[in-house]
Design a protein around this ligand. Structure first.
Ligand SMILES: [Cu+2]
Length: 275
């Protein structure tokens, strides 16, 4: 009975690691609990950084669990033994501060290039006169309690013009080209979460923000619709904030734009022409 607690405590890292491995390697019943399918160009870098951090944490988790269990195993309750109190060990404290510090700085340096690509370097386009400019957003995403409103730039590719159109909770985007989306919130904090594109961006009311990514056609399943979620608890209907992402080939996307252009501006004109 004396050593019962050491065994119980050691079960924690064993179970934790076991569950993680079952999930990562897709073992029943945890086969769909690891990262969702990656359909973006930069997804593999983000997943690599994620896995690297998981490994570091996993090793520390198992290590500390082992030390705890071994200490409990080696020193079970003994009524004749008196506890000793330690008032710190400077050398030890320096060691366990410096090692995590070095690891953290290492992770920071390692991922800085991904962060820069994902959050700082918005894609640029070369203009006719040879100068470059920030790529304009293809869609404006407006979050509100409780849904997503997508404003499409339309055929002219420019937001805020008369051919813009709006769809509720439906985001259609072309694949294999860099895309920029503009993000806004109408009311409270929301978070635009495209799991499959490894995009998560908080939306702050009153602030205009941007996210960019490339959907890789080779990575998507045909006719598959992907989830758009809100990752910020924003009120009672938060769980209902589900949008749908429809990746499309370039030509299908053009068709989609034309169809919506017709719906909005064209039918009246066409009817007039036919008469
Ligand atoms: Cu929300």
């Amino acid at each position: 009975m004396n050593r019962f607690w050491s065994i119980l405590f050691f079960l924690v890292p064993i179970l934790g690691v076991g569950i993680c491995l079952m999930s990562a390697f897709g073992i029943y019943p945890l086969e769909h609990t690891w990262l969702p399918a990656d359909i973006s160009e930069s997804g593999k870098d983000i997943d690599f950084a994620f896995n690297l951090v998981m490994w570091i944490i996993g090793i520390v988790f198992v290590g500390t669990g082992l030390i705890l269990a071994m200490s409990m195993w080696s020193y079970p309750f003994n009524a004749d033994r008196k506890a000793t109190y330690s008032h710190g060990n400077t050398k030890l404290e320096i060691i366990w501060s410096v090692i995590p510090g070095v690891v953290l700085i290492g992770i920071f340096i390692f991922q800085a290039v991904y962060w820069e690509r994902q959050k700082i370097n918005q894609p640029v386009v070369t203009l006719a006169d040879g100068t470059t400019a920030l790529q304009q957003p293809i869609v404006k995403v407006v979050a509100r309690k409780f849904g997503w409103r997508f404003w499409y730039a339309g055929l002219d590719g420019e937001l805020g013009t008369s051919d813009d159109f709006v769809l509720e909770n439906e985001l259609h985007l072309p694949t294999d080209e860099p895309l920029v989306v503009q993000l806004e919130s109408e009311d409270v904090l929301h978070s635009f979460f495209l799991r499959n594109l490894r995009i998560k961006q908080d939306l702050i009311p009153g602030k205009k923000q941007f996210a960019w990514f490339t959907i890789v056609s080779e990575k998507i399943e045909q006719d598959k619709v992907y989830d758009i979620l809100c990752a910020e608890l924003c009120g009672w209907g938060h769980a209902r904030m589900n949008g749908r992402l429809y990746p499309k080939t370039k030509s299908d996307f053009q068709e989609f734009l034309k169809l919506n252009d017709l719906k909005q501006n064209g039918f009246a004109m066409n009817e007039a022409e036919e008469k």
